[in-house]
Design a protein around this ligand. Sequence first.
Ligand code: ATP
Ligand code: MG
Length: 321
Amino acid sequence: MRVLTGIQPSGDLHIGNYFGSIKQMVEAQSQNQTFAFIANYHAMTSVNDGKRLGELTMQCATDFLALGIDPEKSVFWVQSDVKEVLELYWTLSSFTPMGLLERAHSYKDKTAKGFATNHSLFSYPVLMAADILLFNSNVVPVGKDQIQHVEIARDIAIKFNNQYGDILTIPEFKVQEEVATVPGIDGQKMSKSYGNIVNIFGDEKSQLKTIKKIVTENVSVEEPKEYETCNVYNMAKLFLEGDNLKALQERYRRGGEGHGHFKIYLAEVMWEYFREYREKREYFEKHQNEVREILKNGADKAREIAMPTIEKIRSVSGISY
Ligand code: ATP
Ligand code: MG
């Protein structure tokens, strides 16, 4: 089974990225052929400071390696190092009805939030379809926000195959229900570009500062509190299981503690959870050349795997002549 995931280097990686996608990917590595890439072309839709995009790309690669993407097990590369993806993107554009893109929630959400509406933001799902289809991926682990994009990739692949035969593998999304949408500090979907994140690798002090800003219900300390709807709880539960989770629920039910206490607890469990990853990150931070080497080898491998598909597509679509 081929499993593929991509993350945009559009800002610091956050706990939504981790639980919605990276963690599932790391776990899939033992039993599948896994493909993980840094989606720097996608990030151009929101980052147009070139220096920053370059830096964020290396930062994101360093984070990925620290979080457990293993270059021995996974093909791991930067999107722009396999330029054939842009060729496929263009080819697929001709199999993408405008209506399909006009219905995309992510585009509608971003425009509603006042982001500049470039063509790149509009056609983003076609590039994502190319990312997925270029590697004949079977499964794409995503957060709930990306389900529709994988469905668009399926639709495009089906249209292409109807025209030219069984060339593209029809992908499926995989969502882990408990972490489908991790809330941000304002209660909306946590997103790099919304400025509402709790990042994975911040320093302890600034992380606590961010966590203290999480929006909570205004109730007195004494009162029992609802945990299902609490943003702090919905983040904390990601790091807890079994008795620890039950104990936290009990603290909400019992009352006598304010949200400030739960926030401090969240900061503590999170800090512990990522401890070993922070140590690994320090290593890669000091060995950036090793990271570059890993990315280069990954791109070579990715291109080798993509070429037969690209050649078939060139042939059937008449681009090879
Ligand atoms: P941007 O704001 O630039 O779109 P993002 O934070 O949404 O950034 P992406 O790079 O778009 O992150 O998404 C990377 C992966 O993380 C995708 O699989 C996406 O579904 C998942 N993901 C992003 N945000 C969340 C979230 N809040 N909860 C669960 N999964 C998420
Ligand atoms: Mg996103």
